[in-house]
Design a protein around this ligand. Structure first.
Ligand SMILES: Nc1ncnc2c1ncn2[C@@H]1O[C@H](COP(=O)(O)OP(=O)(O)OP(=O)(O)O)[C@@H](O)[C@H]1O
Length: 312
C-alpha cells in the first residue's frame, strides 16, 4: 500500500510560550483510504490539516506528500490536494457557478472542460437552484454544499473535508456522504475532520483520535473498538403510561436512568439474552416505545480513549 501523506514529529506553536496546538504528531495517510480525524473542539485537527495542506507553516517536523517534502515545495500541494474549508472566504463575492469555474480553471481545466465539470458537480450536489445568489448570501448549509463542490471540482487525488455535513439536513447529509464514498471508490484519498462520530463511522476506514494536540490512537474502527469496554448496551424508551413497570428495571445492576422514560443497561454479550427475557417478563414489550441493542461504537471509543470529553 502506498503512502500519500507522511507526517513526522509535527509541532505547531502559534505564539511563543503558548501550548503546542500540534504536539509531536506522527502518522501516515494511505492511498485510496478514507481517514477520519476525530477530536473535541480545540484538539488541533484544523492546525494539522492546514499544515499538511500548505496553509500554515509548521514550527517543526516533516510532511511529505507522495514522497516530496511539502515544506520545501509547498507550491506542489495544490496539484494533488483540494481542501474543503468551512468558510471559503476568498470566494464569498462570487456566484457558486463562477467560484466553481474559477477553481476548475485554476486546477488546469480548459474553459470548456471547466464549464462541463461545473455543471456536473452542480447536478451531482443538487445545487443548480443556488445559481442566482452570491456565496456570501447563501445559508450556512447552502454555503457548505458549495464548499464541498469546490473540493470536488478538478478531481484532485487527495481531498480534505473539514466538517462537510454539520449544517446539512439529514437527506442532503446522506447524499453528501454517498458522494464522498463514490469518489473514494474511484480511488480518491479522503481525509475527513468531523465531530459527527456516528455518521463518520459509516464511511471511514481508519481513524486518528487527537486531543490537546497529541495523537492518542490510530487504527481501523474495528481495531479501536476491540480495545474498549465490550459490553453491550440495551437502551429502552418506556411509554409514559407504563412508567410504574420501570421500577423492575431499576433494581438491575448497571442500569443508568437517563430520564423518567429512558434507561440504559450495560451487560456482557453472554448475559444479554437473560436480561432481555427479564425485561419482557417484568414489563412486556407493549410497555416500550423503543428498544435498541448497541455494540461498542466509535463514539464509545472516542469517549473512552479521548479522556472522557464528549465530541459534541
Ligand atoms: N491562529 C491561531 N492563533 C493562535 N492560536 C490558535 C490559532 N488557531 C488555532 N489556535 C489554537 O490552537 C489549538 C488547536 O486549534 P484547532 O483549530 O487546530 O482545533 P480543532 O481541533 O480544529 O478545533 P475545532 O473542532 O473547534 O475546529 C486551540 O487551542 C486554538 O485555540
Amino acid at each position: 500500500m502506498s503512502i500519500v501523506y507522511r507526517v513526522e514529529h509535527l509541532n505547531k506553536i502559534y505564539k511563543k510560550d503558548s501550548k503546542k496546538a500540534n504536539d509531536d504528531l506522527t502518522l501516515d495517510i494511505h492511498e485510496g483510504e478514507i481517514f477520519g480525524l476525530l477530536g473535541p473542539n480545540g484538539a488541533g485537527k484544523s492546525t494539522l490539516v492546514n499544515q499538511i495542506a500548505g496553509l500554515l507553516k509548521p514550527t517543526s517536523g516533516a510532511v511529505t506528500l507522495f514522497g516530496f517534502d511539502v515544506l520545501k515545495k509547498p507550491m506542489l500541494i495544490p496539484h494533488y490536494v483540494a481542501i474543503q474549508q468551512q468558510y471559503p472566504a476568498a470566494l464569498q463575492n462570487l456566484y457558486p457557478e463562477e467560484a466553481l469555474l474559477t477553481t476548475a480553471r485554476l486546477r488546469g481545466a480548459s474553459a470548456q472542460e471547466g464549464r462541463k465539470a461545473t455543471q456536473n458537480i452542480m447536478d451531482e450536489l443538487k445545487i443548480n437552484d443556488l445559481r442566482k445568489k452570491k456565496i456570501r448570501f447563501l445559508s450556512g448549509g447552502q454555503r457548505q454544499l458549495v464548499s464541498v463542490a469546490l473540493a470536488f471540482i478538478g478531481d484532485r487525488p487527495v481531498q480534505i473535508f473539514d466538517e462537510p455535513t454539520n449544517n446539512l439536513d439529514p437527506e442532503i447529509r446522506k447524499h453528501v456522504w454517498d458522494r464522498l464514498l463514490a469518489r473514494n471508490r474511484q480511488g480518491i484519498t479522503i481525509l475527513l475532520i468531523t465531530h459527527n462520530v456516528l455518521e463518520a463511522e459509516k464511511v471511514i476506514q481508519r481513524v486518528g483520535i487527537i486531543n490537546h494536540g497529541r495523537l492518542l490512537e490510530v487504527g481501523t474502527p474495528g481495531d479501536l473498538k476491540a480495545r474498549v469496554d465490550q459490553r453491550v448496551r440495551l437502551e429502552l424508551l418506556i411509554k409514559s403510561e407504563a412508567l410504574e413497570k420501570a421500577s423492575a428495571l431499576d433494581t438491575m445492576p448497571e442500569t443508568t436512568i437517563l430520564s423518567s422514560q429512558h434507561r440504559i443497561i450495560l451487560c456482557q454479550r453472554d448475559d444479554m439474552q437473560e436480561k432481555i427475557d427479564y425485561i419482557i417478563q417484568h414489563m412486556g414489550l407493549d410497555a416500550l416505545d423503543d428498544f435498541r441493542i448497541l455494540t461498542p461504537s466509535l463514539e464509545d471509543v472516542y469517549l473512552q480513549l479521548g479522556g472522557g470529553r464528549k465530541l459534541d
